[in-house]
Design a protein around this ligand. Structure first.
Ligand SMILES: [Zn+2]
Ligand SMILES: [Zn+2]
Length: 319
């Protein structure tokens, strides 16, 4: 990962392996007047040892951390933040819309209601709940200091502006140095398309139209100049190109679902099985349902699709 020359003096990408399908996660050390970590890896002895080793290569120990700035509340990015905070006294920042992901709320009931409304078969619901339970072990609950859109954080000589970029997660943020360098979390990845996951607004408990939010966030970043330091994969130089690639991919899938509904009305799970049977077979049901729900939200917003509550669950159809 080759950083712009001005940044090489004090920004260090730390690559932490994870047990998740996404692979390694990047944490970024800013070694300045303060020692800051942007994201920090999941909660486990292994990730702590990995981070400890990476910090030592830069002449630091875990106790030297002053602040941790979190892009969002997925375990690979924030899981060991509370633990690191205990070890070092570091002040931890994150967006308040992420409170359910950070462990401050409980939205299992909201998910259950959603699955029921769509009549998702029990075997799949149980599988998804099991996966969520498995994930719990990789994070410790956390109440970070809240940061808001437009707020500035500083490590000393480097400042970043917080940009709220919801979609992948309701309180996802990126940190913009406004010097052509953006710490992007999972907003923009080169090698994989980021999922706009089914999620709920912690204040209203309403389900977010996460794909529509995510597309707005992508459109914002597509117009930014410079490079993105992502949470996974290569540093991104062609920001507009990568963002537009993902936007176009969404548009193609959106059309596929429209074509499917032209034949006959269908429920969420039916569409999911028609288009992504293989992924469901591999256990990625939650990702698939999130994806399909995103296109259905989009169609309903544009008026190309409608939904109807029936005794057999919600069905989607052409208007
Ligand atoms: Zn994520
Ligand atoms: Zn991630």
């Amino acid at each position: 990962m080759l950083l712009p020359s001005w940044a090489r003096e004090y920004i260090y990408p730390l690559r932490i392996p994870t047990p998740f399908a996404v692979g390694d996660v990047f944490s970024y050390l800013i070694k300045d007047e303060k020692n800051v970590l942007i994201d920090c890896g999941y909660y486990s002895k292994k990730a702590e040892e990995d981070l400890d080793k990476l910090l030592k290569e830069e002449g630091l120990i875990l106790a030297d951390l002053d602040e941790i700035w979190l892009t969002h509340g997925h375990p690979d990015h924030f899981g060991q933040a509370a633990h690191l905070g205990n070890l070092s006294g570091a002040v931890i920042y994150g967006h308040p819309k992420e409170q359910d992901n950070f462990g401050g709320g409980d939205n299992q009931e909201l998910f259950r209601t959603f699955f029921e409304e769509h009549q998702i078969p029990k075997t799949f619901v149980n599988q998804m709940i099991e996966q969520l339970d498995w994930l719990q072990q990789f994070s410790e609950p956390l109440r970070p200091k809240p940061i808001q859109e437009g707020e500035e954080l500083s490590s000393g000589s480097l400042s970043v502006v917080v940009k709220h970029t919801p979609g992948h997660a309701p309180g996802h943020v990126v940190f913009d140095t406004q010097k052509g360098l953006i710490f992007g979390g999972d907003l923009l990845l080169e090698h994989i398309s980021t999922n706009a996951l089914i999620n709920f607004d912690p204040d209203t408990e309403q389900r977010n139209k996460s794909l529509l939010q995510y597309r707005n966030s992508l459109k914002w970043i597509s117009g930014q100049k410079g490079v993105v330091l992502p949470g996974h994969g290569n540093l991104i130089k062609d920001i507009g190109g990568v963002a537009n690639h993902h936007l176009t991919e969404h548009e193609n899938r959106y059309q596929k679902i429209q074509m499917l509904l032209e034949k006959r009305p269908m429920r969420l799970m039916e569409i999911a099985q028609r288009l992504f049977a293989e992924a469901i077979e591999k256990g990625a049901t939650f990702l698939v349902l999130s994806e399909v729900m995103g296109y259905l939200d989009w169609g309903i917003q544009e008026g190309t699709m409608t939904s109807e509550v029936t005794s057999n669950g919600i069905i989607f159809k052409m208007p």
